[in-house]
Write a protein that binds this ligand. Structure first.
Ligand SMILES: Cc1ncc(COP(=O)(O)O)c(C=O)c1O
Length: 435
């Protein structure tokens, strides 16, 4: 893969600098324990430097290889690299609005089944396009949609189900896929927090028509900023690529022309005969592409994905066992039946009636150099941004409110180990003794 760095002395120097920059020791009590983090090594940096030395800059050989290897790693038909997980969600959703999908195309005013307990950019594309999110409550302690309520949310306007696998724990794909099939609905899996999770032994991200990944540093693998759309439905391949690449009809990679061999001999739309295919647009699209430097980092990180995921699982288990004695105060997380989560974080919800106040606890942990996070936006419809949005709620969002008020999560990223957890537990005991 490395093509430009052929001088061993130079390679050794880069590795030495990279080692110094990427080796981080977090001493519990002395250093802040971040709730998420990236794990980089000298090989990641070396490949990044090599990609820069190509002086190509946009999507090129590294992007092609990353897309191929990611699809193969996931078991998806195709993958498209984009510049963030949020862009991946935008692209996946807009792909389903293509007029090329005929009656099944999502139109403004259509309803999309989702949850309000999560990250904003899972639901933003549907609102931006003028659709109506239909919010269902979540189950505690899986923190995923109450799948048994989905069928009762369906109306003639329902077109899709778009959900994240919360904090790496798969939602019930048996029920979701069964309902989608019965009512001819699209499914988008937001797999941004769950790379490598499985359901019935199959990777999440391969069930829905489309799925999305994020490669922001907090996530399972990183390229700084980055994301991908996994396409499991062949009909959507060309459409997804078109929306990503300015909306154009042509599918030439950057720097290439006339891939189709019909650059100047087509008649499309009301354009004159032979109008340049490279500048012919079949969608009102975006440019969401990433660079080859990002892809190079991603390629190097992808090799380590399995080991990162295993470490996250191990950390989750360690923390679970250490927090078991606190069950009187906290609801501990549970994996969805028939799944093997790829944990993003360790979610805790303070039990009703406990004397613990979530904000006091989180503040105490932070003061003692322990990073924490809330479950992203809590109940998104209570956020100022959604005040005037159009949406529908099925039944109640009581559990969504519960996690907004009483939930938070701790880190399980591969940079943490048992020493960090022993320290966290010690601080937790101190806090409880003060109550
Ligand atoms: C479930 C989920 N979806 C989407 C995103 C957005 O990813 P990005 O930060 O790469 O835009 C995030 C961010 O963490 C997320 O948690």
């Amino acid at each position: 893969m490395i093509q430009n760095l052929v001088n061993q002395q130079l390679v050794d120097s880069i590795k030495e600098i990279a080692r110094a920059k990427t080796t981080k020791i977090i001493v519990p009590g002395e250093n802040y324990i971040p709730v998420t983090g990236k794990v980089l090594d000298e090989d990641d940096i070396l490949l990044g430097v090599d990609s820069m030395l190509d002086a190509w800059l946009t999507a090129g050989r590294f992007s092609d290889e990353f897309e191929r290897k990611l699809a193969s790693y996931m078991g998806s038909r195709f993958s498209f690299l984009v510049n963030s997980g949020s862009s991946a969600n935008l692209l996946a959703f807009y792909a389903l609005t293509s007029p090329k999908l005929g009656e099944r195309a999502i139109r403004p005013g259509d309803e999309i089944i989702t949850v309000a307990a999560g990250f904003p950019t899972t639901i933003n594309p549907m609102i931006q396009f003028g659709c109506i999110p239909v919010f269902l409550d979540i189950d505690i302690p899986s923190y995923n949609i109450k799948a048994d309520q989905i069928e009762s949310a369906i109306t003639p306007k329902t077109k899709a189900i778009m959900l994240a696998h919360t904090l790496g724990n798969p939602f019930n794909l048996d029920i979701v896929m069964q309902i989608a099939k019965k009512y001819n609905l699209w499914v988008i899996e937001d797999d941004c927090d769950s790379l490598g999770a499985t359901f019935n032994g199959k990777k999440t991200g391969t069930f829905g028509d489309l799925a999305t990944l994020s490669f922001y540093p907090a996530h399972h693998i990183t390229m700084g900023e980055g994301g991908a759309v996994l396409v499991n439905n062949a009909k959507l391949k060309k459409i997804t690529e078109s929306f990503r690449d300015w909306g154009r009809d042509c599918w030439c990679p950057p720097g290439k022309d006339n891939t189709c061999g019909e650059r100047y001999c087509q008649k499309l739309g009301d354009l004159p005969e032979g109008y340049d295919h490279k500048y012919t647009y079949s969608h009102i699209g975006f440019n969401l592409k990433a660079t080859d430097m990002q892809a190079a980092l991603g390629l190097s990180q992808l090799k380590k994905a399995d080991s990162f995921i295993e470490k996250r699982r191990l950390n989750h288990k360690l923390l679970y066992n250490k927090l078991k004695p606190f069950e009187e105060h906290f609801i501990l997380p549970e994996s969805t039946l028939n799944s093997d989560p790829s944990w993003f974080g360790f979610m805790l919800t303070i039990r009703d009636g406990s004397k613990i106040n979530r904000n006091d606890l989180v503040e105490y942990l932070e003061k003692n150099k322990i990073g924490t996070r809330l479950l992203f936006g809590g109940n998104l419809i209570k956020q100022p941004a959604y005040k005037n949005s159009n949406y529908r709620i099925l039944n109640s969002l009581d559990n969504t409110d519960k996690i907004m008020n009483d939930g938070f999560w701790l880190g399980v990223w591969p940079g943490l180990n048992e020493d960090h957890y022993d320290y966290i537990i010690g601080v937790l005991y101190k806090f409880l003794n003060k109550q």
